[in-house]
Design a protein around this ligand. Structure first.
Ligand code: NAI
Ligand code: 13P
Length: 329
């Protein structure tokens, strides 16, 4: 099996960066974007002026707003915000098309992981997941990056690896699709928590505690949905957790930081141009954890703070008042 022609669905920062990476060898790449302004600018001046400003893009990238153009591709990279993936895929002619899911989240309405949503909408499509510590602007500039490529079909996984990996974009493979998705979805919620710690000036010890105990929550959730612990300890889990929990380049961390500094959640969420997935993942993750009896206190606090159920000082008090426990998960 050989994958040559790549199409990318989603002209945000990450879709644009992935199109840039897929076009780095000079191969033509088709990028579907929702905004006419993005389509026009990519085709005319090879830039994405809304989502990835000031980064020159490869002339091998062509943008389109027509789903019908995508049927010529050998595989699609799906890079919409998680909550819009079902609606966008439902409009695209996907029978049998291999899909590489690059978004990070859990569908709020159904509680499904994104590979389950893709199977729902595109029943005959084989599905892979690409996830890891990858700030879009760094990938678009060709800075060294490593990520996880998860695919149950080994032949398709190898073909995707051969087409997408580059020396500066190193892909490690696994067949643990759920594992790769769980890490990417949960780290966004934990990044909001770490941003709150930063904004509230609770200290670096507290941030390290959130990362380590948040990882324990990730492992508990993973075990309940069949994710392998070794995947969570890799790039898509621990790797992305460290990146996103320690940098203001993360939208999730920055959202948390602003909340920690005392800004109102409603103001911060209103009129956002870019997506902070953790704000949508936190409530559904908390709901699933409660239903399945999975202990996820940090996730519960983030969900409660976003919903305005309590103040940060109260959340901190509740976390610190939890009964002592053994460290092992
Ligand atoms: N930016 C990054 O560094 C990375 C992002 N991701 C993930 O990629 C996914 C996409 O994120 P970004 O490209 O960063 O987005 P972005 O924040 O740069 O852009 C927002 C995107 O949302 C789309 N959008 C807004 N309203 C929509 C609607 N009603 N229906 C369909 N699409 C709509 C816009 O067209 C645009 O493509 C997210 O799940 C994110 O977690 C994953 C790795 C890195
Ligand atoms: O997923 C990311 C890096 O791997 C991007 O993080 P943010 O969505 O928080 O900006």
């Amino acid at each position: 099996m050989k994958i040559d022609k790549i199409a990318v669905i989603g002209g945000g920062a990450w879709g644009t960066a992935l199109a840039q990476m897929a076009a780095a060898g000079g191969d033509d790449v088709l990028l579907w974007a929702r905004e006419d302004e993005v389509v026009g600018a990519i085709n005319r001046i090879h830039q994405n002026p809304i989502y990835l400003k000031d980064i020159p893009l490869s002339e091998s990238i062509t943008a389109t707003a027509n789903f019908s153009d995508l049927s010529e591709a050998d595989a699609w990279l799906v890079v919409t915000p998680a909550q819009h993936m079902r609606a966008v895929l439902s409009r695209a002619p996907c029978p049998g098309m291999p899909l590489v899911l690059c978004s990070k989240g859990i569908e709020e309405s159904s509680g499904l992981l994104l590979h389950e949503v893709a199977h729902d909408v595109c029943e005959t499509s084989p599905v892979a997941v690409l996830s890891g510590p990858c700030f879009a602007h760094e990938v678009a500039k060709g800075l060294p990056t490593a990520a996880t490529l998860a695919c149950e079909d080994a032949e398709l996984g190898k073909a995707l690896h051969d087409r997408l990996a580059r020396p500066e974009f190193r892909l490690y493979w696994t067949d643990d699709v759920a594992g790769a998705e769980v890490g990417g979805a949960i780290k966004n919620v934990l990044a909001i928590a770490c941003g709150i710690v930063e904004g509230k000036q609770l200290g670096q010890n507290a941030r390290a505690a959130v990362i380590a105990r948040g990882f324990a929550e990730m492992k508990r959730f993973g075990a309940a949905v069949g994710a392998r612990e070794e995947t969570l300890a890799g790039l898509s889990g621990m790797g992305d957790l460290v990146l996103t929990c320690t940098s203001t380049a993360s939208r999730n961390f920055s959202l948390g930081k602003a909340i920690g500094e005392g800004q109102e959640v409603a103001d911060l969420m209103r009129d956002r141009t870019t997506v902070a997935e953790g704000a949508y993942t936190a409530p559904v993750l908390h709901r699933i954890a409660t239903e399945k009896g999975i202990d996820m206190p940090i996730v519960a606090m983030v969900a409660g703070l976003l919903a305005g159920k309590f103040k940060i000082d109260e959340a901190l008090e509740m976390l610190l008042a939890r009964p002592p426990r053994a460290e092992a998960v």
